[in-house]
Design a protein around this ligand. Structure first.
Ligand code: ADP
Length: 257
């Protein structure tokens, strides 16, 4: 039978050995099916394993138990089909914007003319086409993150993993980029797994919100959101959902201190 899920996470657990011989259990029996074009946000208390989960799905780390399948194939290492955007802007400081965006294509041996064409089209998509010759240190955090998003999209991944991509930005830029990301996602449908500690951000963006427990991270709830976008933060339903998620998280945090 063909699996409709783009990503299937089964009974995934992860433990880390610490330097003093202890074990930290970061994730416990996490199971999640991600369908094509899903926009999933993962929220949970700090340290509950959200980034670990994303890194395992990216193939940057191995699970201690359980599995991740990407389109029916057991996923064991990084692949071009799964791209990642980190919180730190992660651009190469010695490369200009255009060369940063073309990096993955350069590794893949894409001819220069095609690389430039694709890089420029994604820079345009994120509104950075006027800055192609600029170097990362000449750009604000928000601009760098736009470039990082363009770089990920230029590799044409099937799935985009985003680990607190707007976490280091000021509130105004963050709201602006949330809007931009939805516009880009609507134009350029990707399956997105987005980690955030902001409940507001999750409600603004997601089709489904995965609420995780404190460490070891387990999935407590998966909430479906069917309000049309763009979502109105002053809407009563929006506020009700935020209260509901914050209540769950508050209980989690208070039971772990
Ligand atoms: P979150 O993203 O939810 O804040 P993380 O996934 O970063 O949480 O971390 C989950 C837990 O695993 C934390 O307690 C963290 O200290 C621990 N951890 C993460 N990476 C490592 C590592 N490489 N070695 C040891 N412990 C780690």
């Amino acid at each position: 039978m063909i699996d409709e899920n783009v990503i299937r996470i089964d009974s995934l657990s992860k433990s880390y050995a610490t330097g003093n011989g202890d074990t930290i259990r970061a994730l416990d029996e996490v199971a999640l099916n991600v369908r094509a074009n899903d926009f999933i946000c993962i929220v949970g208390p700090s340290g509950c394993g959200k980034s670990t989960l994303l890194r395992i799905v990216a193939g940057l780390e191995h699970a201690s138990a359980g599995s991740v399948h990407y389109r029916d194939t057991m996923h064991t290492g990084p692949t071009r089909e799964i791209g990642m955007v980190f919180q730190e802007y992660s651009l190469l400081p010695w490369r200009n914007v255009l060369d940063n965006v073309g990096l993955g294509m350069e590794f893949a041996g894409t001819p220069v003319s095609e690389r430039l064409r694709v890089s420029r089209s994604f820079l345009k998509l994120v509104g950075m086409e006027k800055f192609e010759r600029a170097f990362p240190h000449e750009l604000s955090g928000g601009m760098q993150q736009r470039v990082a998003i363009a770089r990920s999209l230029a590799n044409n991944p099937d799935v985009l993993l985003m680990d607190e991509p707007f976490g280091a930005l000021d509130a105004h830029t963050r709201i602006l980029l949330q809007k931009e990301l939805l516009r880009i996602w609507e134009k350029n449908r990707k399956t997105i797994l987005f980690v955030t500690h902001s409940v507001d951000e999750a409600i603004y963006l997601a089709d489904r919100i995965v609420v995780m427990s404190g460490r070891p991270g387990r999935i407590l709830e998966v909430m479906e959101l069917d309000q049309p976008r763009p979502r109105d933060r002053s809407n009563a339903q929006y506020g009700k959902m935020a209260t509901q998620i914050l209540d769950i998280l508050e209980k989690e945090v208070s039971s772990s201190v």
